[in-house]
Design a protein around this ligand. Structure first.
Ligand code: HEC
Ligand code: HEC
Ligand code: HEC
Length: 423
């Protein structure tokens, strides 16, 4: 009896050691041995203005500033909290300050952070920093980004400690997560595809980190079938980032949407408005075209098999629409060309998931102000004017009129969306 216990304990201990070793190995594989990580602070090496320009452009493509700048804070000095289901992770200072920023970093250390998700001191980084996508960024692009960041004015701003709950605040938990869901990846262009398609794929899968929002996630925040961009729920923000494959938008519409925030049939709002505002509006026409070509090559997500639930009574919805919505969106949902998006045939209105439509009617919103659309029209909030049942009725009406064919919205969905807003 006794010897059995001892044997069991020994076996358990051996298993534990083996698991720890496996997790450690999975976290270290592929890393170059002993790169040069530290340097004496001082004036950065002189680099060509072409390299700095390239770095600045790539920083836009990756929207580095968006996360690494606190509201009202100095650019790139960090301090913005990124909310995750496990707590808040604060983005650090990326300016070349020697004590609080990247002033003692080498390009090897920077590469390791981007490619392997490991900080200069060896600490594993949280994937709130989208290195699961940035890992595909090529070394020469990483070097340009680093040169650009090192050319900024140093700002002394100490990094904030993350606010994560146990066990998510431990490196061990992060190591296990990484062993399961992260793998450093080299960018390999597809030989059979055009240079344009490959450029689009590189931007979307790498710096653009579109999958950070547009891919489904499991309960542990690992992304599922990332490459297919089949659409994902941003649980905390209560926004649905739709599937990017198989949309019926033409290439020019997609380019316009990413460049200006509006196109003939769509407009972006919420988190996507920020992406367009800070990032994609600055991309070159050729890069946007490449992104559109790549997105259009992605397969359409499978269509739901269940028949669409029709609203039982459309009279209330029709009445409310005529009263509150038609003056902007048109009696037939046709919108006002060049000013207000149509609701008829609008892909966002036809999504199976109604979250975005409900929150838009509750809260209203603005597309971003961009060079191509400097004074966007806004949509007023209706949360104080209309009840849950009325919002459900009008949302169902726009989702099932003028050829739109999306499931009706239930009063309970509106109630839940309101509840979430209050927390
Ligand atoms: C979605 C938000 C987000 C975006 C976009 C983002 N970062 Fe970060 N970044 C973070 C967070 C959060 C951390 C902190 C992770 C941690 O401490 O575990 C971080 C950490 C880093 C680090 C490690 C610094 C250190 O002190 O360890 C580097 C380097 C970095 N980011 C560079 C970049 C670059 C370059 C870009 C653009 C290509 C970028 N980041 C875009 C959120 C972001
Ligand atoms: C921070 C999260 C986030 C990131 C990163 C992001 N998106 Fe989005 N995106 C959204 C959300 C949420 C929506 C839905 C709201 C809307 O339609 O404006 C959306 C909508 C869109 C739409 C409109 C879809 C439609 O049919 O109306 C396109 C196109 C799009 N995103 C492309 C991209 C591309 C390309 C990238 C990468 C360069 C990207 N997004 C990165 C969150 C994100
Ligand atoms: C004052 C003009 C105005 C009124 C009134 C108005 N809207 Fe809007 N609506 C807009 C604008 C502008 C947008 C684009 C906002 C954005 O992209 O953030 C929009 C966006 C939307 C969207 C999201 C479409 C998309 O492409 O993502 C829906 C759904 C919508 N409106 C429904 C309604 C309903 C239902 C009503 C009435 C209850 C209504 N709107 C009343 C101007 C209006």
């Amino acid at each position: 009896m006794k010897s059995c216990w001892i044997q069991c304990l020994l076996a358990l201990a051996a298993l534990l050691v083996a698991c720890t070793a496996a997790v450690a190995w999975l976290n270290l594989r592929g890393e170059a041995p002993a790169p040069q990580l530290w340097r004496e602070p001082g004036t950065p090496a002189t680099v060509s203005s072409a390299l700095l320009e390239k770095g600045a452009y790539l920083a836009r493509a990756g929207n580095c500033m968006g996360c690494h700048t606190a509201q009202g804070g100095k650019e790139y000095a960090g301090g913005r909290g990124i909310e995750t289901p496990f707590g808040v992770v604060y983005a650090p200072n990326l300016t070349p300050d020697a004590e609080t920023g990247l002033g003692r970093w080498t390009s090897d250390a920077f590469w390791r952070a981007l490619h392997h998700g490991r900080s200069q001191d060896g600490r594993l980084l949280y994937p709130a920093f989208p290195y699961p996508q940035y890992t595909r960024v090529q070394r020469e692009d990483a070097n340009a980004l680093f040169a650009y960041l090192q050319s900024l004015a140093p700002v002394s701003a100490p990094n904030k400690a993350h606010r994560l709950e146990f066990p998510f605040n431990t490196q061990a938990a992060l190591a296990v997560w990484r062993a399961l869901y992260f793998r450093a990846a080299e960018w390999v262009p597809q030989a059979s595809a055009t240079a344009e398609w490959n450029r689009g794929a590189y931007l979307v899968q790498g710096l653009g980190h579109c999958a950070a929002c547009h891919a489904a996630r499991n309960a542990w925040g690992g992304s599922v079938e990332e490459g297919l961009l089949r659409g994902g729920m941003m649980a905390l923000q209560d926004w649905y980032a739709p599937a990017l494959g198989g949309t019926h938008a033409g290439q020019q519409d997609l380019v316009r949407l990413l460049q200006t925030g509006v196109s003939a049939h769509a407009s972006v709002s919420g988190p996507m408005a920020e992406v367009v505002f800070r990032s994609t509006q600055y991309l070159s026409g050729a890069d946007l075209q490449a992104i559109a070509v790549y997105l259009q090559s992605l397969p359409a997500p499978p269509t739901p098999a269940a028949p669409v639930a029709r609203a039982t009574d459309t009279r209330l919805g029709a009445k409310l629409y005529a009263q509150h919505c038609a003056q902007c969106h048109g009696a037939q949902g046709e919108g006002r060309p060049g000013a207000i998006n149509a609701l008829a045939g609008n892909p966002a209105v036809n999504l199976e998931d109604a979250s975005n439509v409900v929150r838009m009617v509750l809260q209203g919103g603005y597309p971003p102000a961009t060079a191509g659309n400097p004074r966007p029209y806004g949509m007023p909030p209706f949360s104080h004017q209309l009840s849950d049942a009325e919002i459900a009725a009008v949302a169902s009406f726009v989702r099932q009129s003028w050829g739109n064919m999306a499931p009706a919205v239930g009063t309970i969905e509106v109630y839940r969306a309101r509840e979430k807003r209050q927390h």
